[in-house]
Ligand binder design. Structure first.
Ligand code: DC
Length: 227
C-alpha cells in the first residue's frame, strides 16, 4: 500500500493533480478540504458563528459524514444527504477555513481521514496531511503556485460552475484564507520537513501530473512501496 500526501495553499492545483494521479495509479483520491467544507456547511445551516469554537464543538455529535465515489469523483454525504457543489461556494471556503482552526473540529476529522488510509492506497490532499494526518506517508508533496496564478485558476473554475465572482474578490479572499490557514495554532498549513516543495505556476496540469508521477514512481522504486 502507498500513502501520498499533497498539501499546499488553496488554488495550487492540488485536487486537479491528485485526482489525475489517483486515476493513473489506480488508487483512491481523498479531498480532505471537502470534510472541513461540510462542517462549515452544517455550521452555516444552524446559523452558528464559525469562529465560536465552543458552539461549533457542540454541533459535532450531530454530524455524520460519509465519502462516496462516483466515477472516481468524491461525493460527501452529510447525515445521509449528498451535498454536491453546495460546499464549493466562496462563502463555504471561508466557513471551512474558520472551522478548520478549531481543535475539536480537527480532532473530529482525524480518524475519518486516517481510517481511509489504513484500508487502501491513497492520495490525500489538504493542509496537514504530511505533518499531522499521515506523518509516515511514502511521498509528501507541498504544491505551490503564485497567488495570482492560483486566483486566476480558482476564478475560472468558479465561473465554469456558474458562479458570479471577480478575480479581485477571489484573490483577496484567497489571501485572507491562506494567511489564516498557515498561521493558525493547530495544524497550520506548512510543508512537512521531509516534503518536496513543488511550484507549478508555469506548468499545465498535464505537465505537473507527469512530473509528480515520475516523483512517485521513483519513490516507489526506492522504498519498495506498492501501489
Ligand atoms: O482545500 P479546500 O480549499 O477545499 O479547503 C477548505 C479549507 O479547509 C481550507 O481553507 C483550510 C481547511 N483545510 C484544513 O485546514 N486542513 C485540510 N487538510 C484541508 C482543508
Amino acid at each position: 500500500m502507498i500513502q501520498i500526501a499533497i498539501d499546499g495553499p488553496s488554488g495550487a492545483g492540488k485536487s486537479t493533480v491528485a485526482k489525475a494521479l489517483a486515476a493513473k495509479l489506480g488508487i483512491v483520491y481523498v479531498d480532505t478540504g471537502a470534510l472541513y467544507r461540510t462542517i462549515g456547511y452544517y455550521v452555516r445551516s444552524k446559523d452558528v458563528d464559525p469562529h465560536d469554537g465552543e458552539a461549533v464543538a457542540k454541533l459535532l455529535p450531530d454530524i455524520h459524514i460519509e465519502l462516496a465515489y462516483e466515477n472516481g469523483t468524491q461525493q460527501v454525504i452529510l447525515n445521509g444527504v449528498a451535498l454536491g457543489d453546495k460546499i464549493r461556494t466562496p462563502e463555504m471556503s471561508m466557513y471551512a477555513s474558520a472551522v478548520s482552526a478549531i481543535p475539536a473540529v480537527r480532532a473530529f476529522l482525524l480518524e475519518t481521514q486516517r481510517s481511509i488510509a489504513r484500508k487502501c492506497s491513497v492520495i490525500m490532499d489538504g493542509r496537514d496531511i504530511g505533518t499531522v494526518i499521515l506523518p509516515n506517508a511514502d511521498v509528501k508533496i507541498f504544491l505551490v503556485a503564485s497567488a495570482e496564478c492560483r486566483a486566476r485558476r480558482r476564478t475560472d473554475e468558479l465561473i465554469a460552475k456558474g458562479m458570479q465572482v471577480s478575480y479581485e474578490e477571489v484573490l483577496s479572499d484567497m489571501q485572507a484564507r491562506d494567511r489564516a490557514d498557515s498561521t493558525r495554532e493547530v495544524a497550520p498549513a506548512v510543508a512537512a520537513a521531509d516534503a518536496v516543495t513543488f511550484d507549478n505556476s508555469w506548468m499545465t496540469p498535464d505537465e505537473c501530473v507527469e512530473k509528480l508521477e515520475a516523483l512517485v514512481l521513483a519513490t516507489v522504486q526506492k522504498t519498495g512501496a506498492t501501489v
